[in-house]
Design a protein around this ligand. Structure first.
Ligand code: B12
Ligand code: SF4
Ligand code: SF4
Length: 278
């Protein structure tokens, strides 16, 4: 089996095993994996496209060759649980996320940390090196930004295209989470997708995420991360029992929170949440 296929298979098996052991039942679907050439033109422009301080693959590993990027979709029931409002316990329905969405978010981040460790060891045993980007774990709350964008690297690795909801939409939709590893592997690289997955961007139809967003963060003029963050903080104030993925790893901590910073109403129930492109 070639190296690409072995890595895809390792990721698939790992997620399947974690799914079986998961305390919430099966929360994930089969992952999809992309390989970006660390020296490709799009990655070379990340500081111009995303942020002037974006970390570059060669800063993570001097001989970076390939960035592996994977997307793990949530099982459909996870997104469905988040379609309506959540009950506030006093009989009214609010714009809050479902508890299942919040818990799956924390479980997925923890699962991905284990998967990354497993992949680093597997790739080491193949005679190569793999590392996570240190900046991927840091959330600069004053700017509401990270200096390592999974989505932009996933775009370079051919996993999807950006939607009006600001999600990177894959062939399996956008209801799921990404992660990346920098490696010194030299394997055949994927290229960005050419066909737009978002209906609004493709032909001006849909726009459902814009209507659904409780914070008014989505518009054709762009995405307002500050409005979105306010909504995520409202959920974090309620969902304090599942962990807080970024609590320990935050710099410039303007507003520390210790809950699950989630929302996801621009994903749940949307036509781009789950797609099956052959
Ligand atoms: C900081 C952060 C947040 C902040 C700020 C959001 C933001 N978009 O920056 C807050 C807390 C508000 C947040 C909210 C959410 N997040 Co968040 N977040 C991150 C984090 C840690 C960094 C993102 C970042 O700073 N990127 C750099 C900035 C500059 O890039 P950007 O915001 O993506 O903006 C670019 C795109 O818009 C792009 N772009 C290019 N072409 C096009 C075309 C169009 C049409 C558009 C609209 C944009 C676009 O240009 C912009 C500038 O470069 C990442 C994990 C990571 N390390 O990558 C997760 C991540 C982006 N979050 C994720 C998710 C799922 C969410 C939430 C749904 C919360 C939840 N889990 O319930 C919401 C959705 C918000 C939204 N609609 O984007 C996922 C996205 C998965 C996906 N399918 O795309 C990520 C990748 C985490 C993961 N491990 O998968 N998040
Ligand atoms: S809900 Fe519709 S407009 Fe919004 S990102 Fe998905 S396909 Fe595009
Ligand atoms: S996560 Fe919530 S607040 Fe943020 S853009 Fe999506 S629907 Fe709006």
């Amino acid at each position: 089996m070639d190296i690409r296929k072995s890595i895809i298979e390792e990721i698939r098996i790992f997620v399947a095993e974690e799914n079986e052991a998961c305390s919430m039942g099966a929360v994930w679907q089969e992952p999809i994996v992309g390989f970006a050439d660390a020296k490709n033109e799009y990655i070379g422009r990340l500081r111009e496209i995303v942020h002037p301080d974006h970390q570059m693959p060669e800063e993570v590993m001097a001989d970076a060759g390939t960035v592996i990027c994977y997307f793990v979709p949530f099982a459909e029931w996870v997104a469905k649980s988040n379609v309506g409002g959540a009950n506030d316990g006093c009989g009214s329905v609010t714009n809050m996320s479902s508890p299942q969405w919040a818990e799956s978010y924390e479980l997925t981040n923890a699962m991905m940390a284990r998967l990354n460790e497993h992949l680093i060891e597997t790739i080491h045993n193949m005679g190569y090196e793999a590392k996570t980007a240190p900046e991927a774990a840091v959330f600069y709350r004053d700017e509401v930004i990270s200096h390592w964008s999974f989505r932009h690297i996933a775009y370079a690795a051919g996993l999807g295209t950006f939607g009006l909801n600001n999600m990177l939409i894959t062939d399996k939709g956008c209801s799921g989470r990404y992660n990346c590893l920098v490696t010194n592997l030299e394997v055949e690289a994927d290229s960005p997708k050419k066909e737009e997955a978002c209906l609004y961007i493709k032909d001006g139809t849909c726009g459902a995420c814009m209507v659904k967003c409780p914070a008014g963060a989505i518009s054709p003029d762009g995405f307002d991360r500050h409005k979105c963050y306010e909504q995520c903080l409202k959920n974090a104030a309620v969902y304090t029992g599942f962990g807080s993925s970024y609590a320990e790893t935050t710099e410039n901590d303007a507003a520390p929170t210790y809950g699950s910073e989630v929302c996801g109403k621009c994903i749940a129930g949307m036509p781009c949440a789950y797609r099956e492109v052959k």
